[in-house]
Design a protein around this ligand. Structure first.
Ligand code: C2E
Ligand code: MG
Ligand code: MG
Ligand code: MG
Length: 279
């Protein structure tokens, strides 16, 4: 009788599971350590009005640099931070830091600058999330209208009634809400009907498909039209070429960000970049 698994393979499988668990614990310990020793910081990527090419704001992106000076990508540590709850204090720190940066920019004369901050569903669903937001904007002395939170569609899988209660409270404060990575979740279309948001953010996978030759079946175009129908503003992420930028303008996209415009930069480089741009 043929055996499905040899004992050796089972052992190997267990060993690799054990290794994976060990890696996760090490990563999480490292993250907590980095947070307490201030080795987490924010990068800022400009967002522009596509037609005027004027900078209207920036997205704050979390960065972790370990003791060896290497960057650990957010896609590796954010899911872990979400599962472990560490995202709650880290996320509050991200909000405070981004708002302090916003205040500095306003004081430098960028009076209507908008700061976009990614918020995990784990943060959003905390009963005191709206209080945290209120406190952050008050302490930073920034207008709520100039803060935007980016949520992913995954929130729409959860109970839309309680989500809308929180969204309404956030928007009553004046804070804007964008739906990040739009089009990649299961629930894209029902999001539009169910949730009260201000802006759709086209996922960069669809922006990569934008080209002057591909005329039909273009999802970026579909999303832009959807946004217009629902009277939402629309921003494209991951614009890497001038041709993508031009096509998005033709499709009626309002705003954009991406390597073609500028990569995410540390705070000082970002402010220098902004000032150089103004000439
Ligand atoms: P996201 O919010 O969709 O952010 C956009 C990602 O695309 C960023 O990756 C950005 O660096 C990258 N990007 C920007 N322009 C281009 C481009 O032209 N081409 C390409 N290929 N990529 C581009 P990053 O910084 O690695 O962040 C990855 C994800 O991690 C973010 O996706 C967001 O979901 C999450 N994240 C980042 N910071 C935070 C945070 O403070 N809190 C939470 N909860 N999540 C965060
Ligand atoms: Mg984002
Ligand atoms: Mg995105
Ligand atoms: Mg993303």
């Amino acid at each position: 009788q043929a055996k499905l698994f040899s004992r050796g393979k089972v052992q190997y499988f267990k060993a690799s599971l054990r290794q994976a668990a060990k890696d996760r614990i090490e990563l999480l310990t490292g993250l907590r350590e980095a947070f307490s020793s201030e080795r987490l910081f924010l990068y800022y990527q400009p967002q522009i009005d596509l037609r005027t090419r004027r900078v209207i704001g920036a997205e704050a992106l979390l960065r972790w640099r370990n003791q060896h000076g290497e960057f650990i990508p957010p896609d590796r540590f954010i899911p872990l931070a979400e599962q472990s709850g560490t995202i709650i204090p880290i996320g509050a720190w991200v909000l405070r830091t981004a708002c302090a940066q916003l205040k500095q920019l306003i004081d430098l004369g960028y009076s209507d600058f908008r700061m976009a901050v990614n918020v995990s569903y784990a943060q959003f669903r905390e009963p005191d999330f709206v209080d945290v937001l209120t406190k952050v904007i008050n302490e930073a002395c920034v207008p709520a209208q100039q803060l935007e939170i980016e949520l992913t569609e995954s929130i729409a899988i959860e109970d839309p009634i309680s989500i809308n209660q929180t969204l309404s409270a956030i928007r009553a404060l004046g804070i804007k809400v964008a739906m990040d990575d739009f089009g990649t979740g299961y629930s894209s279309l029902s999001v539009l009907n169910k949730l009260r948001i201000d802006r759709l953010k086209i996922d960069r996978a669809f922006v990569a498909d934008v080209s002057p030759v591909a005329t039909d079946g273009n999802l970026a175009r579909v999303i832009i039209h959807l946004a217009k129908d629902f009277q939402l503003s629309v921003i494209a992420e991951g614009i890497e070429t001038e041709s993508q930028l031009n096509e998005l303008i033709k499709m009626g996209c309002d705003e954009g960000q991406g390597y073609f415009i500028a990569k995410p930069m540390d705070a000082k480089t970002f402010v220098d970049w902004l000032m150089a741009d103004a000439k």
